[in-house]
Every structure is written in structure tokens, then in C-alpha cells.
Design a protein around this ligand. Sequence first.
Ligand code: GUN
Ligand code: FE
Length: 393
Amino acid sequence: GYLVAEDGAIRYVGEALPVQYRGLPVEDWGDRLILPSFADLHLHAPQYVMLGMGMDLPLLDWLNTYTFRTEARFADQEFARKAYRQLARELIAWGTTRVVMFSSIHTEATWILMEELEAAGVTGYVGKVNMDRNGGPGYQETCEESLRETERWLDGCSFAHIKPILTPRFTPSCSDELMAGLGKLARERNLLVQSHLSENRGEIAWVKELCPDCGRYWETYDKFGLWKDRTAMAHCVHSDQAEQEAMARAGVVAVHCAASNVNLCSGTAPVRELIDRGVWVALGSDIAGGDKLSMAANVVLTLRSSKVKSMETGVPFLTVPEAWYLGTTAGHKYFGGGEGFTVGDRLHAMVVDDGTLPPPARELSLQERLERSLYLMEKDHITAVYSDGRRVK
Ligand code: GUN
Ligand code: FE
């Protein structure tokens, strides 16, 4: 098959090369698989340094014991540079070229993160985190400081491929006053928003206590203009029918993080139900609630979590093609991409070499090769990566 790209955009995909493209420079990948790259729509950059830690704790204890302390370290710009350089390179090595990402509360470290992603060839959105309550003494801003720093951060963002996104951590971290200020900023500067929603039962009960005027969790965002088209809400494990319908109505994206939801015993998200109700679902690694940066691994964990859900409820589980779609196209659409490789899209692709996997007992179909590659993928199998039309691995 042939994929023709020109100035970073896809011009043609098909089995034969049309005459007008004959004579163009060719990169011949032989029998390897040329696939859309992965999109990771929810991960915490500063938590990269605490992967695989505190995994026996539920969400709120895990945040208080490990997470906030770890993120506080990113006041140190040298430490941030080192961690973020490695993270950015690892993302590309694993074939992730588009991200929607949380940074920490620190303005400088967030710019450093954006610089390092840009340098490695990662594209997408990064948010300086806002929190003015319940972070403990070492990891919290005042409301005034949080809004002022957010404006300073926004004014200093001028990266070609990495754009800012507003990031109230979640309702327990943000006072009404802060939420209102962020809602105003979102409107004035036409910014996208990301946060967390209905991840854990303890969290949901706490939100009820903190916001007695809001009947449901989602209303705590909606009240301040933060619940809108393409707001990326991580988790939605315990979103009921009304919350799911509110997502579908508003065009809010549910970012499913299967690994994290099992690690922190949050639950198994109702992904099939969300999709059937017309909610746009994509996938996130949610490191370090999730323990794997590899989106291939997260696609597989999505399948496992869906099967557990199915065994418990009888709802049909997600199939391999469906989970693959969630980890690729469903995420790329957040950035304006079309279905799979679509003519006119920016080129985000990876080349996978399945030739070193166990010798197959018979000739495999393309779909079988994709399934096997997903389940067994290691970094070394990803031979090349293209991000926004540039070869970055
Ligand atoms: N809710 C608020 N902050 C976090 C976080 O860092 N990770 C996860 N999984 N949930 C959160
Ligand atoms: Fe998260």
C-alpha cells in the first residue's frame, strides 16, 4: 500500500500509486505495518517520576501521600527539565504523537514541559494545573495567585505544536472563586478545558459535601462555563445516565483510563454505555494512576477492563478494532483529524515491525497482525514515527 504525504499532510492512501505521484521520494517500509500513531488524551507529566508507586492506595490517599508531594518537586526547574526531556522522548518512542496533558501548578516547569515536548516532536495541549484548596501546605496556590500565574503562563506560551489548555485539577482542588475566574478566562481567550470527573466514590461524596448547591458532579463545572464542547473529562467511571447525557449534549469528551481505574480500585468505566449514549470517548494512560506510558498497553488494558465489566453486567465487551479506534482515531479527532488516515489530515503515523514476533503458524490477515502487534508491542517494534508530518523516530 501507499501513503503519500506532502507538506506534512496526507494526500493519498491506497493500494496502487496514482501516476501523478510517481517519481516522488519513497520511504519503503517493506512488509511492516504503517498505522496511525497513538493519541493519549489524559496524562500527568510530573507523575512520570512516580510510575509504579503507591498502587495499593485508593485515589484520595494516593493523591495526599504520593502525588502532591511528587508534583511539588517541579518547583525545581533543573529536575523538571531532566524528567520532562525523558518523558517527551519516551512518548515518541512508544508512538504517541498527540497528547492532552496535565503539568503541575508551576508556571516555569510548565513552559519547560512544553519546550521539551516540542523538541521531541510531541504535539497537542498542556495545562498548568490550578489548585487553591485541599493540596496541603506544600502544594497549593491562593486563588489570586493561581489566576495571575495562569495569565502569565498563557501570555508566555508560543509553541508551534503545543498549545495551552485550562486545567482546574478537579472540583475538590478548586474554590468556586477560582472556577469562576477560569470560566471567565476560557470565554475571553477561547480556551479548551480539561479536568477529572466521577472517578471514585469517595471523591464524588466529597464533591457533594463541598458543593451542596450542585445536584451532580458535572454541574460543578457547568456552573462556571467549564462544561463545554471538547472539555476533556478524565475517568467518568461512575457517571450515571443523566451525567452521560449531559456529556453528549455539551460535546464533552470522556477520557477513559482503564489502567488507572483498576490500579486505584476506582472501578470499571461504562465505556459501551457512554458510546451508545452518544458520548465521545477517547483513551488516556493517566500516568501515574496508570502505570504504562505505552498506549498499545493501554488499549489492551481497555479491552481487559471492558471484559471484566461485561462479565459483571452482561453488556457486550469492546472488540479489538473498537479499542484500537479509541486509542487512535477517537483521540486524533480531538485535534481535527478524520477517520484513520484521511486525505487532508496532518500525518501522524507509526511503522510497526511485527517480523520479530513469534513466527506465525500460518499467514495472518492484516487484522490479525494488528491485534497481535497491539498485545505484544514493545518500543523496539516501533521502527519509525511521524508527527505532524515530520519523522521524529
Ligand atoms: N483527580 C485529581 N487529581 C488526580 C490525579 O492526579 N490522578 C487521578 N487519577 N485522579 C485525580
Ligand atoms: Fe488524572
